[in-house]
Design a protein around this ligand. Structure first.
Ligand code: ADP
Ligand code: MG
Length: 454
């Protein structure tokens, strides 16, 4: 059983605020990493996505902060701008009861000038992405002279994205006497090397099973090979959920299931490692922005996917090991949402070692009166222009909402790549939006635009 935050040597301001944020029990990664973090030790901590790592290092950073000293005391390096902004947001929430803590975001894609201006006004904490942080250090617009805490968040992703050299160069600017915290969802020899090089006598923490699974209801059904597909349709119809992730063990099964669903009028996308990079990207975007309700994936393809909690995880086949199972179902029921996972098992398969009693269900208890019919709410437009053309979300929202009956809240996710952009819109408005963008310029320029079909 996990323990309460109040047992930690934290200041009352922080403790009280954690309570107002609704947190009482620590998650396992918090429970294990916070004591050494608060002692000032270096820590390398690994726990899966959604396990509450931000709060762990965030509390460490804030507890050690001298608010009266207006100097950069903590630097948090994140792989992407979105993640940096999430972390900065979380930190601001944690610090809201402390007096006047200033947290700056320094990420690529935002104007340098504005950042330099903010830096000149001093801050306590900087959260940023490697390239931009290094640029500021090289220009001398950011000083780490007073730094005492360095955090590497999502270290595995930063290494995957090729940021090792940038990180090493950034750390060169930091004082050698400092606390370094390294957080990662996975653990590899590369991570170990990184830790060896930049951490000293670090406490090493691994959390295997995800902590917040109490909110996930796990159901298991026995099926024969012949009845597996029928069971799938029955489950989809019974649950009628909007965001569904179906896991298969093989690429072939993935394609077969996606095709079978598609043929029976249910839009589903397959995601596996045989797809080209851009196809994977696009598939993920269509699922994440609500243009498709169902994603059928293999474990390899789903690894590292940045998808918000889904409503239902459906294991079309059981994976071969417990760890993978826990990873799969962890995609649903993130901290603040209840999730459901259902697994189809062969008669001779024993169910994995879960912490909770296994709920065996029989298919005849399912309500099969209505086939799956949850409508898709969004549709995606593809614009042949992106960062290279200096397109920003605001430009696209502007172009769509000026002189039209499209309101900003009908526009969903906007994902901008170097050369192209995806925009999600409420389904019924997509044709209007398409016509609009085919006739009117964005930021003074005409772009080719088309509607993406699932
Ligand atoms: P990670 O970085 O490990 O992927 P996050 O730090 O983003 O995970 O946390 C995931 C979610 O869990 C967030 O919504 C956060 O607010 C919530 N959370 C964190 N700690 C707790 C806790 N002790 N109790 C309940 N919810 C928590
Ligand atoms: Mg995180």
């Amino acid at each position: 059983m996990s323990t309460e935050f109040s047992q930690l040597p934290l200041s009352t301001v922080l403790l009280d605020n954690i309570k107002t944020l609704g947190y009482t029990q620590m998650t396992p990664i918090q429970e294990q990493s916070l004591p050494p973090i608060l002692e000032g030790r270096d820590v390398i901590a690994q726990a899966k996505t959604g396990s509450g790592k931000t709060l762990a290092f965030g509390l460490g950073v804030l507890e050690h902060l001298h608010v009266k000293t207006f100097r950069i005391q903590a630097l948090l390096i994140c792989p992407t701008r979105e993640l940096a902004s999430q972390v900065a947001g979380e930190l601001r929430r944690m610090a809201r009861a402390m007096h006047n803590v200033k947290i700056l975001e320094l990420c690529g894609g935002a104007p340098m000038k504005k950042q330099i201006h903010s830096l000149s006004h001093k801050a306590h904490i900087v959260v940023g992405t490697p390239g931009r942080l290094l640029a500021h250090l090289q220009r001398g617009t950011l000083s780490l002279e007073h730094l005492h805490t360095l955090v590497l968040d999502e270290a595995d992703r930063m290494l995957d994205m090729g940021f090792y050299d940038d990180i090493a160069a950034i750390i060169d600017y930091a004082p050698t006497k400092r606390q370094t915290l390294l957080f990662s969802a996975t653990f590899s020899s590369e991570i170990h090397q990184l830790a060896q090089k930049f951490l000293h006598h670090a406490a090493e923490i691994h959390v295997k099973h995800e902590p917040l699974d109490s909110q996930i209801t796990e159901h298991f059904y026995r099926v024969s090979e012949a009845s597996r597909q029928k069971a799938l349709f029955a489950l989809l119809g019974h649950y009628q959920k909007e965001r569904i992730l179906i896991f298969c063990n093989t690429k072939v099964a993935c394609d077969t299931i996606a095709d079978t669903l598609y043929e029976s009028g249910i839009d589903a996308l397959a995601m596996h490692s045989d797809l080209e990079q851009f196809e994977r990207e696009e598939t993920l975007i269509l699922f994440a922005n609500g243009s498709c309700n169902i994603l059928v994936a293999t474990d390899v393809a789903a690894r590292g996917l940045d998808i918000d909690a889904v409503d239902l995880v459906l294991n079309y086949e059981l994976p071969h090991d417990d760890e993978v199972y826990v990873h799969r179902i962890g995609r649903t029921g993130r901290a603040d949402r209840a999730g459901v996972s259902v697994s189809l098992c062969r008669g001779d398969e024993s169910v994995l070692e879960t912490k909770k009693p296994v709920l065996w269900q029989t298919l005849d208890t399912l309500d099969v009166s209505t086939p799956y019919n949850v409508p898709v709410h969004m549709e995606t437009l593809f614009i042949c222009g992106g960062k290279k053309e200096k397109l920003r979300p605001g430009d696209i929202v502007g172009a769509l909402t000026a002189d039209s009956n499209i309101s900003a809240d009908a526009i969903g996710n906007i994902t901008i790549f170097d050369k192209y952009t995806y925009v999600a819109l409420r389904k019924h408005l997509a044709p209007t939006a398409l016509e609009l963008l085919q006739k009117h310029p964005i930021k003074g320029r005409m772009f080719r635009v088309r509607q993406l079909k699932i």
